[in-house]
Design a protein around this ligand. Structure first.
Ligand code: FES
Ligand code: FES
Length: 162
């Protein structure tokens, strides 16, 4: 139901169109979790510092706590739920890159964007790319190994990860 100062918007999320009322000041993180029940993006610092709320907007990793929902209209939003069947998650499992798991959705999406946008990164590029996310369990080495594993799979399949 529409409340005061809410607007009807259409969001493109994980290939589906969703119509919903949002407040002008509502963050995408809030909309995803509290309105749509997509709980993969996690609230951490809610200040743009930890990356645990990472989603993809048109393939680019974005902190969903730092973007208003109305700004995401007319863009393609991908949450971790939209990567449900993607093998990228298996590399995190195989490399023990998950401990408590709180940061994992953000890391998986950020890593997926890395291999999509930068097919042959060196160590420095991987480090720089992953700097936007914080793992409080400090599993950084395992996460980096998972990214390298993804890159190897992609190379072995002649440039196609899937
Ligand atoms: S919760 Fe969004 S960057 Fe930390
Ligand atoms: S696995 Fe626990 S915060 Fe990263």
């Amino acid at each position: 139901m529409k409340a005061a100062q809410e607007n009807l918007v259409t969001l493109n999320i994980n290939g589906l169109q969703k119509n919903l009322y949002v407040r002008n000041a509502e963050t995408l993180l809030y909309t995803l979790r509290d309105q749509l029940g997509l709980m993969g993006a996690k609230p951490g610092c809610e200040n743009g510092d930890c990356g645990t709320c990472t989603i993809l907007i048109d393939g680019t990793p974005i902190n969903s706590c730092h973007i208003l929902t109305v700004e995401a209209v007319n863009h393609q939003i991908t949450t971790i739920e939209g990567l449900l069947d993607q093998t990228v998650q298996n590399d995190f499992i195989k490399n023990w890159a998950i401990q408590c798991g709180y940061c994992t959705p953000g890391y998986v999406l950020n890593s997926y964007a890395l291999i999509e946008n930068c097919p042959d990164p060196d160590d420095a590029v991987i480090d720089e790319w992953l700097e936007s996310n914080i793992c409080r369990c400090t599993g950084y080495q395992e996460i980096k190994e998972a990214v390298k594993s993804m890159l190897n799979v992609r190379k072995n399949k002649n440039g196609s990860y899937y």
